[in-house]
Design a protein around this ligand. Sequence first.
Ligand SMILES: [Zn+2]
Length: 125
Amino acid sequence: MDFFEKLGKTLNDAGEATVQKTREISAVTKINSQIAQQDKLQSDMYKKMGKMYFDAHDEAGDFDPEYAECFDTIRESMKRELELKQELNVAKGIAICPTCRAENPMTSSFCSSCGAPLPGQNVAG
Ligand SMILES: [Zn+2]
């Protein structure tokens, strides 16, 4: 083999190695994506199971004591979320109708949807 034949073979080998490497990366990416899907599925099911357990035991409070911290944290978070939603309504100048939950301008005295009187206590501020 002369120099150019050797060079050609070397370049060809490098090309095949590149193709092989690309195939490997593609397979790894595909498998990683499938692993991420399985992780997400498990997370979703854990979340669903936790929500089911919470919903089944929150009202009666008959959950195992080992879950007390989780129940407390979730309850506190729900309370805080409600406060934040109320703050958001104030920031947006919206009054939620207590009867039909329709959004009304904070300046309205009556709901534009059902006509119920709107509490005006949020107007101040
Ligand atoms: Zn209404």
